[in-house]
Design a binder for this molecule. Structure first.
Ligand code: PRE
Length: 395
């Protein structure tokens, strides 16, 4: 039964999309609903929960996890001739235009991620949900859509790395989609240098991987003097080099990718800094009920009027209540990227409008978090709570 009460802020946490960014939200209503006793959920007013969309579980291929294990069992690392014979049987990544490869096993929680089996994102999904069925997707956006279309229950997506910084694409997608952040996963990323069996480091002329993985191993790649080639994900690079039998190309990817695609590990822990942590967000169709029994984090996005000290004022709403900020990110507002000042203004000719993303250490169940957001709402031109979720205590 739905338990509803209106709350939290004296003003509203709006659920506006890009099209709404121009207008200032007016009042605050949050409806805290209860899904089931085990999985309570908060429903923000005005949010579609997509309950009318039917899951497309039927008529799809087999469980990627089981299939993978079979393939790994067949791979013989010492016999390069036998490496790739089973690549065609891998689960086909979902894409916006083709969702025919929807997963089948309805008994396990399905987690979408961007990449192919062996990607670090899949490691993160398995860390958060060890018994899950992972759903590979072509693009980050496909992973969002897989959840929106009920092909997956949750998505796990990288948001920042301790060496490479923010993954901007996912900040932008958080705002374009209506999924909620329900958790975070911090993963120690152990980058390995891989090559096909029989190839040594000195034979490598180029190295392929995801741009973040290449950036994180900048020092060793510079020393090797190899050229770098960006590909969509690290495991995809391993699959490509393996299936084409490239002898001049190395790959930066996981040890699991080496095992899956039959590559040799030439070097391990090649990241610039031993501690290489990527933070992933767990996204779901429904938010979870914020609690105070453990450490919670809240993620918001807002816009401000132009003017001196406005950002300072926005940050002060948290400082005044002793709320610690863990992340600040700004992204251009793409619908109105550039504003030109009028002719009478002799100052700089152009400036940009930004969206500000903030993570802070407090639960929305705490009065100090509620009053801080009510305060911010007084002068923010747009405000959306992206999620309130338990903090991941690494490792
Ligand atoms: O390429 C992969 O394996 C990914 O999962 C992507 C990704 C990223 O986007 O940051 C994830 C973790 C690592 O930081 C490197 C790459």
């Amino acid at each position: 039964m739905a338990l509803k009460f209106s709350s939290v802020l004296g003003g509203a946490v709006s659920q506006l999309g890009w099209e709404d960014l121009g207008s200032k939200p007016s009042g605050v209503v949050c409806n805290w609903g209860k899904g089931t006793a085990e999985t309570p959920s908060v429903v923000f007013s005005g949010l579609s929960t997509h309950r009318g969309i039917k899951s497309l579980d039927d008529g799809n291929p087999s469980n990627p996890g089981t299939e993978l294990q079979g393939i790994v069992d067949k791979v013989d690392n010492n016999d390069s001739g036998r490496i790739h014979r089973d690549l065609a049987s891998f689960p086909k990544p979902l894409s916006v235009t083709d969702i025919s490869a929807a997963p089948k096993d309805g008994t396990k929680v399905r987690i979408s991620y961007k990449g192919v089996p062996g990607a670090y994102s899949e490691d993160a999904a398995l860390k958060a949900y060890p018994h899950c069925e992972t759903v590979p997707c072509d693009e980050f956006e496909d992973a969002f859509k897989a959840v929106e279309l009920w092909l997956a229950e949750k998505a796990v997506l990288p948001i920042e790395n301790s060496l490479g910084g923010s993954i901007h694409r996912n900040y932008d997608l958080l705002l374009r989609h209506r999924l909620h952040i329900v958790g975070e996963v911090q993963l120690a990323v152990n980058l390995c240098l891989l090559a096909i069996p029989g190839v040594g480091i000195d034979q490598l002329r180029r190295v392929l991987s995801h741009p973040q993985a290449l950036a994180q191993s900048d020092i060793i790649l510079s020393k090797l003097g190899v050229s770098r080639e960006n590909v969509d994900d690290s495991a995809g690079a391993a699959q490509y080099v393996a299936s084409h039998g490239l002898r001049d190309a190395g790959v930066v990817a996981s040890a699991r990718a080496a095992e899956i695609y039959g590559l040799n590990i030439l070097a391990e822990r090649i990241q610039d800094d031993f501690d290489n942590i990527t933070r992933f967000l767990v996204l779901a169709r429904d938010p979870i009920i914020p609690r105070t029994n453990k450490l919670f984090k809240t993620s918001i996005v807002f816009t401000l009027e132009e003017g001196p000290g406005v950002l300072f004022k926005a940050l002060a709403v948290f400082a005044l209540r002793d709320i610690n900020l863990t992340k600040i990110e700004s992204r251009p507002q793409r619908k109105k990227p550039l504003r030109v000042v009028d002719d009478s203004n002799t100052g700089s000719a152009k400036y940009f409008d930004y969206l500000f993303y903030i993570d802070f250490e407090a639960s929305m169940a705490e009065p100090r978090a509620q009053t801080a957001l009510a305060h911010l709402q007084e002068f923010a031109t747009f405000l959306r709570v992206l999620g309130c979720y338990p903090m991941d205590s690494f490792p």
